[in-house]
Design a protein around this ligand. Structure first.
Ligand code: BV8
Ligand code: ZN
Length: 234
């Protein structure tokens, strides 16, 4: 069985990482249009660096939760049966990987990587970035940015995502509000392909109507329950 899983900030909420649109979410304190756009970075790069440096510190102190671990268990079981999980995450954290998921696609990039705006080099990044940094590959000064996809920028691996979705028998959306495109459009694409759709979330998302089935509750309870039910039902 091949399952396509889309995750959002809600799966990492109980690991202590903020969501975007909940009342106490990250964007409630910061305006994304002032921080998560290339224009914002061009206008005030150090301010944007400080926003991501703060979130990187938080991530390094966080640990995966039972929801991340349940998806890693699902992947191990299905791979053992010649199936698999295509885990497409909107999140820029590495909690899926630290929980043991092997095939993770970060469509919005990764907070623990830097990207050189001059030569395109990517490098692991667990430290603060600033305008005083130089690129280890090309030596340019003040050219590094977090390797994340900002509003108005093309998400990573769109063709790979759509090919994986077409090859799946089940589409599962976990911990996302369904507010940001193109990720929010994947459930409609799944439906148009005749693929069963399932939502696992704290509360119904903006596109809850598009799902065949749903399970609501905190991810640390709902995701392990969902995985157990899916593995037992086959
Ligand atoms: C694109 C990375 C062109 C950085 C993010 C005007 C100008 C420019 C673009 C647009 C525009 N108008 C519309 C657009 C398109 C735009 C968009 O969709 N805007 C929205 C606001 C309308 N999209 C883009 O710009 C994208 N690129 O369009 O390029 C293109 C596209 C296709 C083809 C060709 C060209 C790029 C978008 C990526 C932006 N980068 N993040 C960073 O992280 O700082 S987006 C950001 O929001 C996050 O990454 C996240 O992925 C995304 C969605 O948030 P969620 O993950 O869903 O989190 P949220 O807080 O919203 O919801 C949390 C959910 O969890 C809730 O439902 C809650 O109930 C639940 N929850 C909470 N606690 C728990 C829980 N569930 C379970 N358990 C819990 N404990
Ligand atoms: Zn460079």
């Amino acid at each position: 069985m091949h399952v396509f899983v889309l995750t959002g900030a809600g799966i990492s909420a109980e690991s202590g990482l903020g969501t975007f649109r909940d009342t106490d979410g990250v964007w409630a304190k910061f305006d994304p249009m002032k921080l998560a756009t290339p224009e914002a970075f061009a206008r005030d790069p150090q301010h944007v660096h400080e926003f991501y440096n703060h979130r990187r510190c938080g991530l390094l102190a966080a640990v995966p939760n039972p929801a991340h671990q349940a998806l890693a268990r699902l992947e191990r079981q299905l791979v053992a049966e010649a199936g698999g999980v295509f885990l497409c995450t909107q999140n820029i954290d590495d909690l899926h990987e630290r929980a043991g998921s092997r095939h993770v696609h970060h469509m919005h990039g990764e907070l623990l990587k830097s990207l050189c705006t001059r030569c395109g080099a990517r490098a692991p990044c667990t430290h603060d970035l600033s305008i005083l940094d130089t690129c280890a590959s090309c030596g340019s000064l003040n050219c590094l940015r977090p390797d994340v996809v900002w509003f108005g920028e093309m998400p990573y691996g769109m063709e790979e995502i759509e090919a994986a979705l077409e090859a799946s028998e089940l589409f599962v959306s976990i911990g996302t509000s369904g507010a940001v495109y193109p990720a929010a459009g994947y459930v409609e694409l799944a439906r148009s392909l005749g693929i069963e759709t399932f939502e696992v979330n704290l509360a119904p998302s903006e596109n809850a109507h598009a799902f065949d089935r749903a399970l609501y509750g905190p991810a640390t309870e709902a995701v392990p329950a969902f995985v157990t039910e899916l593995l037992e039902a086959r």
